[in-house]
Design a protein around this ligand. Structure first.
Ligand code: ADP
Ligand code: ZN
Length: 726
């Protein structure tokens, strides 16, 4: 290390580690670094990518001070994005380094994309002309540089023809910038004819998205009302302002049809961003988003951390969807953080849903968000007629799960050559296997949960930790053969029942564990093209798909989501079942939704059947307000886990004892978590509830400061605005 190190400039660098603040590094002489620059820095024995942060680095003893190794040739992370990272970190109580890490998830993209070799016409003419050469020259005559294969392809000749011309000097080699990933969207490409209420909504959204100002608009429209078409106008308005646009979708890997619709409107596809993207593609998206070549990204929640150069609009489609909550490392809700991003960047945000979250509804009711309502389906498509099947009065036959009423409806549907969807949010064959002789139940050795039988895979599988074992023939407890019975249904078992009743029908099971994303996409396309009569599926069939000939949706167990202690159970069930039944009748045919339930009088069932969502929302909102639950109060969970139950409980109790006194905040627990054991770790939960004004973050900071540091195998995870209470 150089002696004059105390005269070198020292800057803070955010490294992708669970560090609470940036680390200090020295800038070598002659190196140009600005806040946001993406850097290669030494960290312990390794080198990592970090981001130059703002202000001055904290003083460090000169012999400990290390130098920045390299500034990547990459657009710097914008100030807006750096503030966003700090905000998310402070709000979720996560180390900012871990949040920054989410913005740096494409290491190979920090170096520029390599130039591509291209060919350009010179003044030299070929020694002799052939028809093939003439065609090549015809295409190359536009003065543009071409790639060798691109030119050969355009001219319809083999590339040896091009090589021949190159050898004669007819072409010269030039370096071309890398191809854009997607062409530029054209906002005038194909504008739809809007119906009167759509037109009003579209105009209002255009106005909002055309302004350089923060606003949040809730686009609340029934399934099939044309929300997508309408918010595309907001996208167009932002693009016309020269801005980049982010569209968040809960299940982008499976909603390829969305990309086609975008193409129909804008003449080009958006760039996609999700975890199933090939690494090379991810890197190119990251880079071209940073450089501004990519104008529109359609992505999963993590797209919120892409390094946009000039973001001017975020649309969150299906804003109520629980998939927007990340529950891993940094616990954040991408819907809420989109609003924060819009506020920090001073640009509009659009939240779209047929069944808005209660949080967004209340924000709209209280005037913080503007609400635009589309209350009818597009064209003559009617909403499906929904009915409850009272399972107490029309029970399934012994060993079955489908009421005769539902079976009859399926029969009539497939006779008309239309499609039926049976929805059950349970993967596998049966959620529990039991020995009829000794009562033994198959449980996961690492988790407090039953093993789910997956008959296609001949396995018992734990849905929490992935533990699996071959399907047994004998009971491990009493050794009896052939007396194991599956209890309750999963989709595979429903498909088996359907097959018994309709052996001639083409039945397909769709469930994420049965096939990879590619195969799922193909299956979804095949279903949309009518290549199945009966579809049995988990929630992945519920999201955003358009199945034109689907006219019956049967919900196998409408009560399933109501039983747990989650404060959002009713809301969630209402949203999910509205969405599932909303798959029916989207192309104008008369359609039906049937809900198998043991509690047809439950407010959720009544709201679904009457179509009176308003009353349901009012009641739920009143209920939340009375209980001081979100959005009228604030919640946060602390999950303490450890290798032994004793350690977990001991530390959870210590945390409780360390809780500071606060007037607007209560702390409850610890209690053993409903999922008491996951992947071999014992879990205890504490719940913190505060008023709307309560400063939960400061409370937590004080709490964690006062408590002794966790030792041994103990881990503490804070979840602000928890969505899961398991
Ligand atoms: P939502 O997102 O509200 O469920 P979509 O935007 O998917 O509704 O619209 C439902 C269907 O109606 C789609 O096939 C869409 O292309 C069509 N549609 C909606 N509005 C129009 C319009 N104004 N012109 C043509 N087609 C439309
Ligand atoms: Zn397990």
């Amino acid at each position: 290390m150089r002696e004059d190190s105390n005269t070198r400039r020292v800057i803070p660098v955010m490294v992708p580690m669970p560090a609470n603040r940036p680390y200090s590094y020295a800038v070598p002489d002659g190196m140009r670094v600005e806040p946001g620059s993406i850097l290669r820095v030494p960290l312990g024995p390794r080198e990592v990518a970090g981001v130059a942060w703002d202000g001055d680095g904290e003083p460090v003893e000169s012999r400990k001070l290390r130098e920045i190794a390299q500034v990547f040739e990459c657009p710097p992370l914008q100030a807006q994005m750096r503030r966003f990272i700090e905000w998310v970190a402070a709000y979720t109580l996560s180390p900012p380094g871990l949040v920054a890490r989410m913005a740096l998830r494409a290491p190979a993209a920090f170096d520029p994309e390599p130039l591509v070799e291209g060919l350009r016409l010179t003044a030299i003419r070929p020694d002799r002309m052939t028809a093939a050469r003439e065609r090549v020259l015809h295409y190359a005559a536009d003065g543009q540089a071409w790639t060798r294969s691109g030119l050969a392809h355009a001219a319809g000749v083999s590339s040896t023809v091009v090589d021949g011309l190159l050898a004669q000097g007819v072409f010269e080699r030039v370096e071309l910038p890398p191809q854009p990933l997607v062409p530029l969207p054209d906002t005038e490409f194909s504008r739809p004819e809007f119906m009167p209420d759509q037109k009003l909504a579209a105009e209002r959204l255009r106005e909002k998205a055309g302004a350089n100002a923060f606003s949040v608009t809730l686009l609340d429209g029934v399934t099939g009302s044309g929300k997508t078409e309408v918010y595309f106008e907001a996208v167009a308005a932002a693009l016309d302002r020269g801005k980049q646009v982010l569209i968040l979708l809960p299940e982008i890997a499976l909603t390829q049809a969305f990309l086609d619709r975008f193409h129909d409107r804008f003449g080009a596809k958006p760039a996609e961003w999700h975890s199933d993207l090939a690494p090379r593609k991810r890197e190119r998206v990251w880079r071209q988003v940073a450089e501004g070549q990519v104008r529109v990204v359609a992505g999963a929640r993590s797209a919120l951390f892409l390094p946009f150069r000039d973001l001017g609009l975020i649309v969150v489609d299906e804003e109520h969807d629980p998939a927007y909550k990340q529950e891993d490392r940094v616990f954040y809700n991408a819907r809420d953080m989109s609003v924060v991003r819009g506020r920090l960047g001073n640009f509009p945000v659009v939240l779209a849903s047929a069944t808005p979250s209660l949080e967004s509804r209340v924000n709209a009711d209280q005037g913080r968000y503007e609400r635009i309502v589309l209350s009818a389906r597009f064209a003559d498509a009617a909403m499906p007629e929904l009915r409850a099947i009272d399972m107490r009065r029309s029970p399934p036959e012994r060993g079955g799960f489908l009421s005769p009423v539902l079976i009859e409806a399926i029969g009539r549907t497939i006779e008309r050559r239309e499609q039926a969807l049976l929805f059950l949010n349970r993967r596998g064959y049966a959620p529990l296997t039991l020995c009829r002789v000794c009562g033994h139940r198959f449980q996961c050795p690492n988790c407090s949960s039953w093993l789910v039988e997956h008959r296609f895979r001949r396995q018992l599988l734990c849905h929490h930790c992935g533990h699996n074992e071959p399907s047994p023939e004998a009971c491990p407890e009493c050794g009896t053969l052939d007396h194991l019975v599956p209890c309750g249904p999963g989709v595979e078992r429903i498909a088996e029942e359907v097959d018994r009743h309709f052996p001639e029908a083409r039945t397909i099971v769709l469930s994420s564990d049965l096939m990879g994303v590619k195969r799922l996409r193909l299956e979804l396309e095949a279903i949309a093209a009518g290549e199945a009569d009966i579809v049995v599926g988990t929630q992945l069939v519920a999201k955003g798909h358009n199945f034109p000939s689907m006219t019956l949706v049967g919900v196998v167990d409408a009560d399933l989501g109501l039983a747990n202690g989650d404060p959002r159970a009713a809301e969630r069930t209402f949203q999910l079942l509205s969405q599932v039944t909303g798959r029916a009748g989207r192309s104008g045919k008369k359609s039906t939704g049937l809900l198998q339930t043991y509690q047809p009088e439950h407010p959720v069932m009544r709201a679904l059947i009457s179509g009176d969502a308003e009353t349901f929302y009012e009641r739920e909102i009143a209920e939340r307000e009375r209980a001081g639950l979100p959005p009228f109060g604030r919640l946060a969970s602390i999950i303490v886990s450890a290798a032994t139950r004793q350690e977990a409980e001991g530390y959870a109790r210590a945390l409780r004892r360390a809780a500071p006194a606060a007037t607007e905040i209560d702390i409850f627990g610890p209690a053993e978590a409903p999922l008491a054991l996951v992947a071999g770790r014992h879990r205890f939960r504490l719940l913190v509830q505060g008023t709307r004004r309560a400063d939960i973050q400061t409370y937590f900071k004080r709490l964690l400061e006062r408590a002794e540091k966790p030792r041994g195998s103990v881990r503490v995870q804070v979840d602000i605005d928890p969505q899961s209470f398991l």
